[in-house]
Design a protein around this ligand. Sequence first.
Ligand code: KIV
Length: 284
Amino acid sequence: MKNTIITILEQKKKKDKITMLTAYDYSMAKLMDEAGVNAILVGDSLGMVMLGYEDTLSVTMEDMIHHTAAVERGTANAFVVADMPFMSYQTSVYDAVYNAGRLMKEGHANAVKLEGGASVCPQIKAIVEASIPVVGHLGLTPQSINALGGFIVQGKSEEEAEKLIEAAKAIEEAGAFAIVLECVPAKLAALISESIHIPTIGIGAGAGCDGQVLVYQDMLAMFSGFKPKFVKCFADVGRMMKDAFKQYIEETKASIFPGEEHAYKMDDDVLEKLSRRMKEGEEA
Ligand code: KIV
């Protein structure tokens, strides 16, 4: 069944946990879609896990459109959310609507996600008024990494926690249909989830959220950079891939690969005629 904004909102009411994973290309999206994930996030984490940048700030609209379109081609049922990259919406309400529109028109996303609290509510409101569903993103917002001072858990103090609750309510009021909560204490995330009507999707925010999201390279141990506490390795695919690459190198060097079963055949008489003609050519 195709996941939509309606089915996702219903999941919160039914207490059916929303499952979301990041993907950045056709093949991976197809696998996740076939596995039955509710939603796929084309996160701007692609800057780090796919493009090798140190943070997400260098990701462009062109990067996001290119990868979102590939993911959309690989999905039949999953709801596709595209991240709005750094400076594609902070600059003005006009830029926000224009760039959200590009992610929908050129990337064929089902919704867009943007980071921030009250300061981006005018943008959320305007994008929603343009009939584009919006997911908010609170807590550790990687596009603000320089202002936050690092990848640090957010909302631990009473003042910070109160601000996050207020921000979540403001984002709901502005028209977002879901909020990603990243790196906030589990009890605070549960409290936020109870105090708003739209679903929360947690990453490093505990089991009290209405859904979970993970970066696939993290959950498959395919990324050898920093491993946050909240990441669970569901399969050591990174290691399996490395072993397979090593085996390919060994078998190729030892002429074990390709075997006969991997080669195309031709008729012996064609080959005989060919080698006779080549010999005659050499003798002439
Ligand atoms: O870019 C991303 O992958 C994200 C998730 C961490 C939620 O925003």
